[in-house]
Design a protein around this ligand. Structure first.
Ligand SMILES: [Zn+2]
Length: 299
């Protein structure tokens, strides 16, 4: 339903651009009422009347494209994508119509130039905000083997409060990542979980049953890497854990199955790393992905 509403808005954008383009065409042959207008050179006209509004439209379209997966539920992603393409198309139609008509009225071109500059500034502000939220962390990240295989959606992750609800709960979890397997609801349930690093098992809890039973992380495994970093994998399935405290594991070894124990609204894998109580940002998998909410990653 929300998708349909957003797609209707996108169609409105395109429709109004086409309407303006057709209106321009019919007006093109008419004489202006107040005598010949102030002439504008083709160069400034192309810049202010055509290029600036078009670039503004493209920047807004890009910001909308990137905004939806970050902040809106995955269910309306299609609507967000169509809206972004709609805005880009509408600004292309507008720019093409302005180029064809070659409006020479200085006042109209100035107005269009100012409107274009405003749209461009808004678009650039949007792009800047998105890239700040998505940007790399300031701390040195830790490269981990992927703890899962297949296609997974990041439902929490990144350096911003806006994309990662773990931040400050406590601060050692500032760079925690929650992963949900793409597919049927509960596709994550039972998916194999692999040790993301070689090390020693420092803690393994295997007996918590349902969501809400015991600590927030539910059933968990904590692996201590040789450099002292601790990596916690949480919400694991009851009885699925194949390791115990004191065992040594190799990176890539299957150690458990994904579940929904602890405080989990749906089955998912929680992973975070800390060193001396400080959160360590993660780069996951062979490609070293810094996972941010909304990303879909193939491991
Ligand atoms: Zn989590």
């Amino acid at each position: 339903m929300a998708n349909i509403l957003i797609i209707l808005v996108a169609l409105l954008f395109i429709g109004s651009a086409v309407f303006r383009a057709l209106k321009r065409k019919t007006e093109a042959g008419e004489e202006p009422e107040n005598g010949p207008p102030e002439e504008v050179e083709p160069g400034p006209y192309l810049l202010f009347g055509v290029l600036l509004p078009f670039l503004g439209g493209c920047a807004v379209a890009y910001a909308v494209w990137a905004f939806f997966p970050l902040f809106v539920s995955a269910a309306v992603l299609l609507g967000g994508r169509v809206l972004a393409v709609g805005i880009a198309l509408a600004s292309a139609v507008d720019a093409f119509a302005a180029f064809r008509k070659r409006d020479s009225d200085a006042k109209a071109v100035r107005r269009k130039g100012i409107a274009g500059a405003v749209v461009l500034l808004c678009g650039l502000a949007g792009v800047g905000f998105i890239s700040h939220v998505r940007g790399a962390p300031s701390e040195t990240p830790l490269r981990l083997k992927s703890p899962v295989q297949g296609e997974w959606r990041v439902v929490a992750g990144g350096k911003s409060y806006l994309t990662n609800y773990h931040r400050g709960r406590p601060s050692a979890q500032n760079y925690a990542v929650d992963l949900v397997k793409v597919g049927a609801p509960d596709a994550s349930l039972g998916a194999p979980v692999f040790a993301p690093v070689s090390g020693t098992i420092q803690n393994a809890v295997n007996t918590r049953r349902e969501a809400g039973d015991g600590a927030a992380e539910g059933n968990l495994v904590v692996i201590q890497a040789p450099d002292g970093t601790e990596i916690l994998l949480g919400h694991l399935m009851e009885g699925s854990i194949r390791v115990k405290r004191g065992d040594t594991v190799e990176a890539g070894q299957e150690i458990a199955a994904c579940g929904g124990t602890g405080s989990a609204v749906e089955p998912h894998l929680h992973v975070h790393a800390e060193r001396g109580g400080q959160a360590v940002p993660l780069l996951l998998g062979a490609r070293g992905v810094f996972a941010v909410r909304g990303d879909v990653v193939r491991f």
